[in-house]
Design a protein. Sequence first.
Lengths: 144, 379
Amino acid sequence: MIRERLQMAAPSRALPVPTPETQHFWDGTQSGELRLQRCDDCSNVYFPPRPFCPSCASRKVSVFKASGKGKLYSYVINHRPAAPGFTPPYAIAVVELDEGPRMMSNILDCPQTPEALVLDMKLEVAFEKVSDKITLSQFRPAKG
Amino acid sequence: MRRNQVAVVGAAETTKLGVIPDMSQIQLHADAALNALADAGLKLSDIDGIATAVETPQQLAHYLGITPTWVDGTSVGGCSFMLHVRHAAAAIEAGLCKTVLITHAESGKSMIGKLPRSIPADSLQGQFEAPFGVYGPPSMFPIPVLRYMRTYGITHEQIAMVSVVQREWAAKNPRAMMKDPITVEDVLNSRMIAYPFRILQCCLVTDGGGALILTSADRAKDFPQKPVYILGTGESVETPMVSQMETFNSSRAFKVAGPTAFREAGIAHKDVDHLMIYDAFAHLPLFGLGDLGFMPHEETGKFIADRKTAIGGKLPMNTNGGGLSYMHSGMYGMYALQESVRQMRGIAPAQVPGAKISVCHGVGGMFAASGTIIFTNER
């Protein structure tokens, strides 16, 4: 079966492969920074990375270090089928950053239960090294 | 687009639906196409336009032996066929072709002759969603649900009623995959897939297909079946990444496609006799009812829980049982269109008496795309 062959071919976690437009983001996570982009013309902050502003089309954009703070916008707790490299149940969340953009994340250092995962709870970025080349930006409940 | 200039004159599903281990995916396309041709009383040589998704138009043309002068390979997920209908209607009106065949089929369960879908690791989805454990639609499509429920005060019990009501419709459809009655408790105690959704809130995985044949309304009266006219159409796309939707309180693609179709049709919501909202997962009918403007989002859960979309309700919805109970081979939009056509012909197993206007609304990907077709049986 095709499906089984695919699963055998990809037993470990899916890892990102950066492109020229996203390299700065992945360089940032390697060095412990969550990097976003801001338009120099209209001040729009956006994600995922692009070398132009998706709001006003300006090519004058800057990369900056984000606060790493955000809140839990929504999530599922995935039970099955589980992605390769994951042990269910695990939450797949969308975090709303204080700067505005949202990004997908897991929620580390937290029980993966509806009781513990409360919408709008404060989160902070955590960096999870998953290979020599790749560190993922993840989030965990904010301290204090 | 002008109203009622193009009609559906042929419509059919594959001979079998459900588990079809003795047929490849492209043969399922052919099976549906040949059934639709027979329904319309046409020969393959009468077809001069083709549209399909996942399988390419060139594969379809070669396999069926068709030489088209117009092709559409728009492939934006399960609502691709709504977009095909819209594009075909425009092409027929513009004189680019006369008779269009639209096919869908997927060997979704048996996986025979079906290419696997994969996400490249250097795509934006591959970089910014795949590493976080998303694995197929059940892990992605329900991600907005908890936010939607919080914003509008929708309860788990209300959403569970989507599955309950649609199972009641399915019970009246001999070809539906799941017909046994279920309760809210059954839904909320069924196997957890991706909290908050359980197995009875996720679509089926089956084999099958369907095909439509469209031609100009002026020619339609000469065909054996009662013509079903295209009254209004709409389409849009938003993002392939569910995490990047503008908001989880609404679908932008729905909010463009649906109202565009209503404006084109020149109808009000109270004129709608029959409604199909593609239900890959149980929250989609709620998003659809709100985003198409039938009611504020705050009221969608109560509306369904109060049985307003059930048999005898004021707005019969998903009358074949939907993707949750009828069938879902991967791109269910075609089956929603088939049910709208059956209702407009007056031959649906769970026929809505006297229905004259049917709204058929589809989703593609995880709220990535949308298409809406409004049909009528009166010109």
